[in-house]
Design a protein around this ligand. Structure first.
Ligand SMILES: Nc1ncnc2c1ncn2[C@@H]1O[C@H](COP(=O)(O)OP(=O)(O)OP(=O)(O)O)[C@@H](O)[C@H]1O
Ligand SMILES: [Mg+2]
Length: 1079
């Protein structure tokens, strides 16, 4: 195992008092002072830790420190409370040894703080997990609750524990906390009713008044004003650096974490309030007729409020404060209480109420923190108990406390010696008897069952008859007079008769830590600790569950006439149990020392420390520890630490460590009786020897350091030099490379320039040659081409002249025509016969084709058009064709008729009933029926006549009557005459000699002239058997009327005549028809 550090490293003073040389009280205190001045508050005496109160926070309780001390050997690091806690925890966990940590010291020395440090260290290093953390938290949070109720400000300590506390923390096999049990010892209950000057009552009273909400205070019937309460001292109600209000919140929170229910917290606060109220109840004397003095309550308001708080009937409590009932066997005697007795009763009730509440709190906390499993536990006990007390005025409490410390010293001696002895046996070292003072004799003086001081006090308290503190002292004087640790003025020991430092009402005990003078006043009373039965019964009657629980003896059903055990008896019993408990465990000691009385940091009062060193028996401690061998160390760390002192063990020892140490020690000039070799440790008798080893080691280390430094420096310089050299080479290499590169670049570029010039010159030369060569080649080629061409032309001339031109021409024409025809395919005009469009011709030489093709296309298109005609339509078009043949370009009227269809029957002769008669008169089918004007030869005026044309004849009938006026068979018609103008006049000229010619020719005018003449021409042709009817078209023709021939002449009419055609008789032989000029 490699040990890197040791307690002996960087030691300020001596870290372990066992090593102190020379050992004297002065050197002891000087060592403590030296260390204290350097903030080294912890010093060892072997495995005991001396703790000086620094009165300020030091940075040595950080999580980093916890880690530093975790799993390290006790002597490995500088002294620390964590080292002790770690050692205890590890041997509990790993070696299955129950541990107890005994913390002693006077008030204000730092016991409670030390116990909290131990607990917090253990909490930090033990296992983790939800359940474990809850247990830890509950255990840690029990402290603020108990401190609020059990601590108070005293002149010596602002947070003085006014009770003794022993807490067993239980762990499972893995070292995880399971729970705990707290035992409390002797609460200083007198403080509830009275506090010495400059001190306060228990913290909770002040915390409640300053920290509770207005609402809570109202419920508790309290006022925030401390001055209202007699039980609260006012001169030091406010303590510097103590925030009561904040602490109250902490306490409430802690109670909740520990597991107190809401109503339980409320009940506790009610009881605290009740105690305060109780203090305000005052009495006044009242004389009775029988002469005796009686007490009366002055102001019942406080009593009333208190009774309301606790649910007690006011009259019951009032009576309990006025009377005292004494029961003896079957008798019951009531006596009245005077004012002094009433006040005594009130204060006794307050003290009892509070101390019982405190005990209940401890029980309740125990219930919460109790381990849940029944499995076997490992236990670590932490005892934070009042230290030895030597005041100017020492009473029953100091006696009890000092008795407890005597017992602790005894167990310390017993266990330390036992351990020492066991170690010697274990290590096979010869046991030499150790001289030490055994204080069993003092313990016996106090606790002996027959004639011990406590037994005698009990006897006095129980004895019938007048019992006073003086009678008790007398008894002591007679019984303990011979005891060598007991002194009193009246003891038979005559030497004290003249000792004026020993007053008459006092006795002195020579404790192991010094002589203490006790004043007997109050011993009997305090031991009796009486509460009148009337009061306990009144309390039991309260309608308040907690109060009822606290006063079980008040139950009238369980009246116990036996006196309750005395305070001394109870304490002795509980100390006995504690001692038995501690004896089964492995002890770890923390001895707390306070450096000054001013609660100030940096002040070290020699006399005060000396006093504590004495009564804590620390010198005794060191002596016991040094009685055999002052120092011991396992072989491995010892060899590791001192191997440099011997050449054979340095730097490495290959064999077993023990042999190494033996070789080492043999090599050193140390007398053989100075050390012994145990099984696993070397034991060094005198600290001197150890310091000699240490000194040699220091020198050796210096030499080694110098050697290491030398080697290191050499190595460093050489490495530096090598590095420089290497760097220089690298730099030089880089530089050379760079310079060469530059040079090379220069040469390269110069070469390139020269090269380029040379190549250029060569290339140009070559180019010139090549160009010349090429020109020669071209010339040759041209000459040969010309020569060749001439030859070929000469040979082929004959073939070219005959055919080539025509063939090319034909081919070209063919291609052009082909292209033209193919192009026409896509640009042909529409199939409408009236569409005159035709694509433009591309070449002039196509003129003929271009003219002929539209004509052919038109004819073909017309033929196509005609082929679609029906018979009727065909007849119509034939008529129209005939009309065109007769009149086109001959008569001006013709063009306007082209668009008019030839209807034929304009009168609807067959269907119209008006012409029914006429229709029936005509045999043949009527081809044309129209109204015409028959021109009167006499005046040229027209008369309307119906004109009918059948296949055989022309019929003229009266328009109105339908009577046939004339019927001319078609063969009788010679010709028809019409003008060239746009008029509708026509003359039907009859064949001379025919039957019809008798009446003369007819001069008619019609709007449908062209149709009438065309139809007449067609019908006449068929009727006259292929002999056509002539149509004369001329502007002057003769008409044979009945008797004479008249010339009808057509002239262009002046515009003034309007648009109508007028016919006038000019003379007998001339009818003049004036036709308007056509535009
Ligand atoms: N290790 C420490 N570091 C800092 N301050 C400390 C330390 N130990 C004690 N103190 C200071 O000293 C005061 C008194 O300590 P503590 O209450 O532990 O004394 P005590 O020995 O328990 O006294 P009592 O017997 O009156 O209960 C503490 O309130 C704290 O201010
Ligand atoms: Mg304390």
């Amino acid at each position: 195992m490699e040990v890197k550090t040791s307690l002996l490293d960087n030691m300020i003073g001596v870290g372990d008092m066992v090593l102190l040389e020379p050992l004297s009280e002065d050197s002891f205190i000087e060592n403590l002072r030296k260390r204290f001045d350097h903030n080294e508050i912890y010093t060892y005496i072997g495995s005991v830790v001396i703790s000086m109160n620094p009165y300020r926070s030091l940075p040595i309780f950080t999580p980093e420190k916890v880690e530093e001390y975790r799993n390290r050997n006790f002597y490995e690091l500088s002294p620390h409370i964590y080292a002790l806690a770690d050692e205890a925890y590890r041997s509990l966990r790993d070696q299955d040894k129950d541990q107890c940590i005994l913390i002693t010291g006077e008030s204000g020395a730092g016991k409670t703080e030390a116990s909290k440090l131990v607990m917090s260290y253990v909490a930090a290093v033990c296992g983790k997990g939800q359940e474990v953390n809850k247990v830890k938290e509950q255990l840690l949070q029990s402290n603020p609750v108990l401190e609020a109720f059990g601590n108070a400000k005293t002149v010596r300590n602002d947070n003085s524990s006014r009770f003794g506390k022993y807490m067993d923390i239980e762990f499972d096999f893995k070292g995880d906390p399971l729970g705990g049990v707290i035992s409390n010892y002797l609460l200083e209950k007198s403080r509830v009713v009275k506090q010495p000057r400059g001190e306060r009552n228990f913290h909770i009273f002040y915390q409640l008044l300053s920290g509770a909400s207005d609402d809570t205070l109202k419920k508790l019937k309290l006022d925030r004003d401390y001055s209202k309460y007699n039980y609260l001292s006012l001169d030091s109600a406010v303590v510097n650096g103590l925030d009561d209000a904040a602490n109250f919140r902490t306490v409430k929170n802690a109670m909740q974490i520990v597991g107190f229910m809401e109503d339980e917290v409320q009940s506790v606060l009610e009881l605290v309030a009740a105690v305060l109220k109780l203090g305000d109840i005052e009495f006044k004397p009242e004389s009775r007729c029988n002469g005796s003095d009686e007490s009366r309550i002055k102001d019942k308001n406080d009593l009333k409020e208190m009774c309301e708080l606790l649910g007690i009937e006011q009259s019951v409590l009032e009576r309990a404060f006025s009377y005292r009932t004494v029961e003896a066997r079957l008798e019951k005697v009531s006596t009245t209480l005077n004012v002094a007795q009433a006040y005594y009763a009130r204060d006794a009730l307050a003290k009892n109420l509070y101390s019982r509440l405190f005990s209940w709190l401890v029980t309740r906390i125990n219930e919460s923190i109790k381990a849940q499993t029944k499995a076997r536990h490992k236990v670590m006990g932490v005892l934070d108990i009042y230290g030895f007390e030597i005041f100017e005025d020492n009473s029953f409490e100091q006696f009890i406390i000092n008795y407890c410390n005597e017992k602790l010293q005894q167990i310390f001696i017993e266990l330390t010696l036992r351990e020492e002895q066991e170690e010697y046996v274990r290590e096979g070292i010869e046991w030499t008897n150790i001289e030490y003072f055994n204080n069993a004799i003092i313990c016996d003086l106090i606790e002996n069952h027959q004639n011990g001081i406590l037994a005698m006090l009990d006897e006095e308290c129980l004895r019938p008859g007048t019992v006073t503190d003086e009678t008790f002292l007398d008894k002591l004087n007679t019984i303990c007079a011979e005891h060598q640790h007991f002194e009193s003025r009246l003891s038979k020991n005559s030497k004290f008769l003249t000792d004026h430092s020993l007053p008459h009402n006092c006795f002195r005990i020579q404790h192991y830590a010094g002589k203490v003078l006790y004043r007997v006043e109050g011993f009997v009373d305090k031991n009796n600790d009486l509460l009148y039965r009337d009061l306990s019964q009144a309390m039991y009657k309260a309608n308040h569950s907690l109060i009822k629980q606290l006063f079980p003896e008040g139950n009238p059903g369980k009246v116990n006439l036996k006196r309750p055990p005395t305070a001394g008896f109870q304490f002795r019993a509980s100390v006995g149990t504690l001692m038995k408990n501690l004896q089964t465990k492995n002890p770890n000691y923390i001895r707390c020392i306070k450096p000054n009385d001013k609660k100030a940091s940096h002040i070290f009062t020699d006399s005060l420390v000396c006093h504590q060193v004495r009564y804590l028996g620390l010198m005794e401690n060191v002596r016991v520890r040094r009685a055999g061998y002052a120092f011991r160390q396992a072989y491995e760390p010892c060899l590791e630490r001192y191997k440099m002192l011997c050449k054979r063990t340095w730097p490495h020892w290959r064999g077993p460590a023990r042999e190494g140490v033996e070789v080492l020690m043999a090599d050193l000039p140390v007398p053989a009786e100075e050390f012994s070799f145990g099984r696993s440790k070397i034991f060094i008798r005198n600290p001197r020897t150890l310091f000699f080893l240490e000194e040699r080691r220091r020198q050796c280390l210096q030499d080694l350091a110098t050697l290491i430094q030398k080697i290191y420096r050499g190595w460093k310089c050489r490495s530096h030099f090598l590095l420089l050299k290497k760097s220089q080479i690298v730099v030089a290499a880089w530089y050379r490379r760079y310079a060469q590169e530059k040079k090379y670049q220069k040469i390269k570029s110069a070469t390139t320039v020269v090269q380029s010039y040379t190549r250029g010159w060569q290339a140009r030369k070559l180019l010139r040659e090549l160009k010349y060569q090429k020109r020669c080649e071209e010339a040759v080629t041209t000459i040969s081409a010309f020569w060749h061409g001439t030859q070929v032309r000469r040979e082929y001339r004959k073939f070219f002249r005959a055919n080539a031109g025509k063939k090319i021409y034909d081919f070209t024409i063919q291609r052009i025509m082909q292209k033209y025809f193919l192009g026409l395919k896509s640009t042909m005009p529409s199939m409408s016969p009236i569409d005159k469009s035709w694509p433009a011709r591309p070449y002039r030489f196509l003129d003929g084709v271009h003219r002929e093709l539209p004509r052919i296309f038109h004819l073909w298109r017309c033929k196509k058009y005609r082929s679609q005609f029906t018979e009727e339509k065909k007849a119509v078009y034939e008529e129209k064709l005939e009309a065109s043949e007769i009149f086109k370009d001959k008569k001006a009227l013709y063009p306007s008729s082209v668009s008019q269809p030839f209807k034929g029957d304009y009168l609807e002769i067959s269907t119209n009933p008006k012409y029914q008669k006429l229709n029936s008169a005509v045999d043949e089918k009527v081809l044309l029926a129209d109204v015409v004007n028959k021109i009167n030869r006499a005046n040229g005026k027209g008369t309307a006549r119906i004109f009918l044309l059948t296949k055989k004849s022309v019929v003229l009938a009266d328009q109105k009557t339908g009577q046939v006026k004339a019927s001319v068979p078609l063969p009788d018609l010679a010709s028809v005459s019409v003008s060239t103008q746009s008029d509708g006049f026509f003359a039907l000229r009859l064949k001379e000699g025919s039957a019809s010619a008798v009446k003369g020719d007819f001069l008619l005018s019609s709007e449908h002239l062209i149709e009438i003449i065309t139809k007449l021409h067609r019908t006449g042709a068929t009727a006259a058997d292929s002999k056509q009817l002539n149509v004369d078209i001329s502007d002057e023709f003769l008409v044979q009327f009945k008797h004479d021939k008249v010339c009808v002449k057509f002239i262009q009419g002046a515009p003034k005549n309007g648009n109508s055609v007028s016919c006038k008789r000019k003379n007998n032989r001339l009818l003049e028809v004036s036709v308007p000029t056509t535009a």
